[in-house]
Structure formats: C-alpha cells, structure tokens
Ligand binder design. Structure first.
Ligand SMILES: [Zn+2]
Length: 619
C-alpha cells in the first residue's frame, strides 16, 4: 500500500470512530495521482484474487475479480478504475449490492462505485473486458511465427490495467495477487507471477504474486509457448520455432542477474524469466515482475541488442521495487533504469562499449529537446512533468530516460563511483516495495549524499535538471574514442573511399548506428547504393540498423529498399521503429506511401501503437 500516513489524518480518524460513513478520507498519502479515480487513499485494498477465462473467438476475458479490503476509515464506497468493462454483478461478503458507474472521463475511463460497510472484507466483481480493451492485443494465428495458434498479451503500463481488470490503477497503490486463468487446451498462460513451465491438459493455470505490486505490472500472455531454462533461476518462453534462437541470444542473462545483484543488492523476485512476444509488441520490453515481456526485434543473432534485457532486468530495482508515486515522476522509474542498464552493460563488456550507448542516448536526447523547442513545449523537457488531463504515455520520451540517466551520471562523476553505488544500494534497500515522489527523492539525495556540501550542491544544480528545460550546461559527455574512429571512416567514405576499403570489421551495432546517423540526409543515391551493395543494409537482420536504413532510404528515395521496408513495417509493431519511419514518409511528401503501407500493417499493431500512428498518418 501507500507509503505515507499523515499525522493529522490519523488524529482525525480517531475522532471519527462510531460516525457515519464518509465519502472521502484520503489518509494514506499527500500525493495526488491525477490518473486514477480509485479511492485507494481512503481504504486498504490489499489483495486481488483473479479468476478468468480467455475467449479468443469473441476477444474478451470473463470472470471474477475479488478484492480483499479493510475499510478501517469507514468510507461509504469502494471506488475502482475501469475502462469499457461490463460488470454483471458485485457481491460484498456474499451479498449482492447495487453498484454504479461514474461518467467516462477522457483518458481515465470510468469509476466503478461499490457500496460497502465498515466491516466489509471481500468484494467480488463479475465482469467481462471489451474486445477493444487498450491493454490487450489479440493476434490471429497468421500474426504469430508458427502461424498455428492465436496469441494474446497485455500491456498495462501506464494506465491500461483498468481495461482488463477492475482495479485501483495508480503506481502508488500496491497489492498482492493470485489468479486462475483458463485458456484453450493447446495454449499456455503466463503472468507477472510464479509461472508454469509446461502446458497441461486442462488449460487451467494458477499464479501467485506474493509481494505487493502496482496495477501497471499486472500482465498476462497466452499462446503456444515453450520454455527453456538458462540457469536455475532464469529462462526463456517463446514460440517453439523461435525458442532455440531466443535461448541462444539470452544465454548470458543468468550471469547478468548475478552481476546486477553484486552492484545494487539482492534480486527480490524469485525467478527471472523472459517471454518473447510476437513482433507486433509495441515496446522493446516490459518489466513485468518475474517475467519480462520482450520484442523479438532484439534477437539479432549476435547478442548485440541484449542491453534491452539489461534495462528490463534493472527495472526490478528501479520501478518494480522502488516505484514512481505518480506518472509525473516517471523519470524516477526510467532515468534510474537507463543509468543502471548502462552500468550493468559496462560491467558485462567494458567502458568503451558503455560509452557508445551513452553517446547514442545523448544524441537521442538532443533530438528530442530540439523537437520540443520547435513545438514550443519546453515544459515537457523538465524531469518532473505535469501530465494532468493528458495520457501518461505523453511522458514516455527521452527526457525521462536519457535526461534522467544523465542526471545520475553527473552525480556519479561528481561524487565518485564508489559513493554513488553505496548511495544507490541504500536507496533501493530503504525504499523497497515502496513509492517515491521526485521531491522525496531530492530530499533523500540531499540528506544522504550531498549532506550540506554547498560546493557539491552547486556543481550538481538539482533545480536545473529537475525543474529546468533542455540539457543543462553541466551535462557530462561520454568518452568518444570508438566513435572518433567511426567518424574518421565516415569522412573517408564521403570523400570517395569505397565501402570495402573502410576499416569496419570489428564494429558492433552501435558503431554502425553512429556511422549511419551522422551521414548527410538525404544521402546521394550512388552512395546509398554503394553502402547497400557492400553491407546489405536493406536486408539487415538487425532491426535497429534496418530501421535507420529505411529512414535514410525514404529520405533519399532509394527504391531498392522499399519492398523489404514494407515487409518490416507489416511485421514489426515496435513503436520506436514505426513512428520515426512513418514520420519520415509524412515529412518527405510520401503520405500516400505511408497510408498504403499503414492500411496493410495496422491490424498487426497493438492498440497503443495504432493510437500513436492514427494520429500521425490518418489525422
Ligand atoms: Zn524502462
């Protein structure tokens, strides 16, 4: 549950005993979360027992969500979030009650209002999700790799859990859960919980999450999946056709967990498994506890994109363990995670490798800040942002990720790595399974690391980072040693050296990205062709390189890449790739091409990606 208890509120509660039920109490927290309509701040909502059946034919889940509550402050109603849910009936301690729905609020959905008594304990909600539920992607067999069975998965972050469960849906509200999920017999169900490793004959699976998590970490995946262990606490679930490839790509994940533990303290979630989703997944990964959901686009065959797994693993400290109190504090989840991911990657490889990731991240950040400048939207370039009245998704930018991480990198550079790591370990331990606001973090930072040192305070300049625009002057830059070599080869190429005469043999994905990103745009047709002939970029299996190459192809009207590009767009649903590529078409007079491809590809995308792209292409 929430981590703060107001003293005056406790005092008032004492005065209230034996009084009439109240509409609101708000004892649990000072923090107002504008993205939930639940009253979890006035009532203890401690545990969820979910019992649902998955119906692939009509695309809904149906069943019962039972909440354990403790109405110790005697409020008149339990209020939960819902989004287009159909509720048939609600029983409170076995007795049917008259519930009501509030009006639909833009971005937030509807408030489910359930009358309760002071001693009410169990609230059982019989409900059904809507086929258009924002969290769920229902895939036909054709949209999976093996093309034999349908597939379903959920994406609950930020506020979409409410579209498949009636739930108090705010990152500051934690609960434990157990579940029983019934699926067609030839499929297996997996959740962000203890998971089965094999299909059974009944199609009924049981789950348990015994430490409290917020609703955005509720997750369900259902499909024809097989499991293969990496070591005794890590493993991979994937389409049978993809399992070996995925297992090979993630072979180092067991070691990665151990190294992460050495850096920042114990992994507290039991198993760490990875579920490889069909390519329609809109994100790189989602840090669902015990079971990271991952895009297959990170499987490049050479483990060069596995830093995405480092990111999702790191979330088991920053995000899942210590959670942003509201979506306005999102940088606390993502900035810390990017920082942790880069440190972990450095530990697994070396400093020069991590430096490349820092530099590419810096380039992304510069690009984002420039766009915000052009849109006159510099308020969103503060680490602490204001998302009231907006989709929390709007905070999912490089500011939270890259500016957040860079701020921590600056602190590390200023106080030294040893002190920084001790501070972070202590921070994770002291806030484990709790929620934190930006302001609480700053107070904690001052108390435990800055400790009144005026010079240090000035060097870091917290306000400029957290409440100021753009990239502050004291931002650190990574060592460019490896990228300088890349710059030299690019110069040679632009001055006429043939691609085969460039020194590129030991380049990783990141060197190639830097090489390609800094070429002139559009690049002359003959130069595009020379690169393609030498390196086969148009048919690259590396999704990061392919995506960037297609953007360059659109800019240069390099037609030989178009057919494979269309194939890529129809098959891959990762928003990070789709948005810039379709944007490039829209900005270079190729709106018709964008529309035609999108028409074909749209059914393969998750509702969240569809929403972003509808806005971009169909507006
Ligand atoms: Zn993340």
């Amino acid at each position: 549950m929430l981590n703060k208890l107001s003293l005056c509120a406790i005092a008032s509660v004492l005065l209230w005993s034996c009084s009439e039920p109240k509409e609101e109490v708000g004892v649990h927290t000072f923090v107002k979360d504008d993205h939930t309509q639940s009253n979890a701040d006035s009532i203890d909502i401690t545990h969820l027992n979910l019992d649902v059946k998955v119906n692939f034919d009509d695309r809904y889940i149906q069943g019962c969500a039972t909440w354990d509550i403790d109405n110790k402050y005697n409020v008149s109603h339990l209020k939960l979030d819902g989004y287009k849910l159909t509720v048939d009936s609600i029983l409170v301690d076995g007795n049917k009650v008259d519930f009501a729905w509030g009006a639909t609020v833009e971005h937030l959905g509807e408030q489910l209002q359930i009358p309760i008594e002071e001693n009410s304990k169990l609230v059982a909600i019989y409900y059904k999700s809507d086929p258009s539920a924002q969290a769920m992607q229902w895939m036909t067999p054709q949209q999976t790799l093996s093309k034999k069975h349908p597939f379903l998965y959920t994406q609950s972050e930020a506020i979409y859990a409410r579209s498949w469960i009636p739930v108090p849906d705010g990152p500051g509200i934690r609960f434990t859960y157990n579940a029983r999920v019934e699926v067609p017999k030839d499929l297996i169900a997996l959740m962000s919980a203890t998971n089965p490793q094999q299909k059974n004959d009944s199609g009924i699976y049981h789950f348990e999450m015994d430490v409290p998590i917020p609703a955005y970490l509720m997750a369900l995946g259902v499909g024809d999946l097989e499991f293969k262990a990496i070591d005794d606490r890590t493993g991979v679930y994937a389409d049978p056709m993809f399992l070996e490839k995925a297992h090979n790509e993630f072979a180092e994940v067991g070691d990665m967990v151990k190294i992460a533990e050495e850096m920042y303290g114990p992994y507290r979630w039991g198993r760490y498994d990875i579920l490889v989703l069909p390519s329609g997944f809109p994100l790189g990964g989602m840090e669902n506890p015990k079971l990271t959901f991952a895009t297959p686009t990170i499987i490049s065959g050479d483990r060069s994109l596995v830093n995405l797994i480092a990111h999702e693993l790191a979330h088991n400290w920053s995000g899942n363990l210590v959670t942003n109190a509201t979506w306005n504090d999102f940088w606390l989840n993502e900035g810390f995670t990017v920082y942790f991911e880069r440190r972990l990657t450095e530990q697994m490889t070396d400093k020069s490798y991590a430096d490349m990731l820092w530099e590419l991240g810096y380039q992304d950040l510069e690009h984002t800040v420039q766009e915000m400048q052009e849109e006159d939207n510099m308020k969103d370039s503060h680490l602490k942002i204001e998302l009231k009245g907006r989709e929390p998704d709007e905070g999912l930018t490089d500011i939270a990720y890259e500016k957040g991480a860079l701020f921590l990198k600056l602190i590390e550079n200023t106080v030294g790595r040893e002190k920084m790591d001790a501070f972070l370990t202590q921070y994770f331990n002291e806030h484990a399974f709790k929620t934190i606001t930006t302001e609480e973090f700053i107070a904690y930072l001052r108390e435990n690391l800055i400790e009144g040192d005026k010079e240090l305070e000035e060097k870091i300049n917290i306000d400029a980072w957290v409440y100021g625009p753009g990239i502050p002057d004291n931002a650190p830059r990574a060592d460019m040693e490896r990228f300088e070599r890349v710059n030299a080869e690019r110069e040679k190429f632009l001055n006429g050296t043939a691609p085969k005469d460039l020194t590129t043999a030991d380049w990783t994905t990141h060197e190639w990205l830097h090489f390609l990103r800094k070429l002139p745009k559009p690049l002359a047709y003959d130069k595009m062709k020379a690169l393609d002939d030498a390196y086969d970029f148009s048919i690259s299996n590396n999704s990061e390189i392919a995506d960037l190459w297609y953007i360059m192809a659109v800019a240069a009207d390099y037609k030989p890449a178009y057919r494979v590009m269309e194939n890529f767009l129809v098959n891959v649903g990762r928003r990070k790739f789709l948005t810039p590529l379709y944007s490039e078409m829209m900005e270079t007079g190729k709106e018709e091409m964008a529309k035609l491809i999108y028409e074909r590809a749209r059914p393969n995308y998750h509702p969240l990606a569809q929403r972003t792209l509808d806005e971009l292409i169909l507006k």
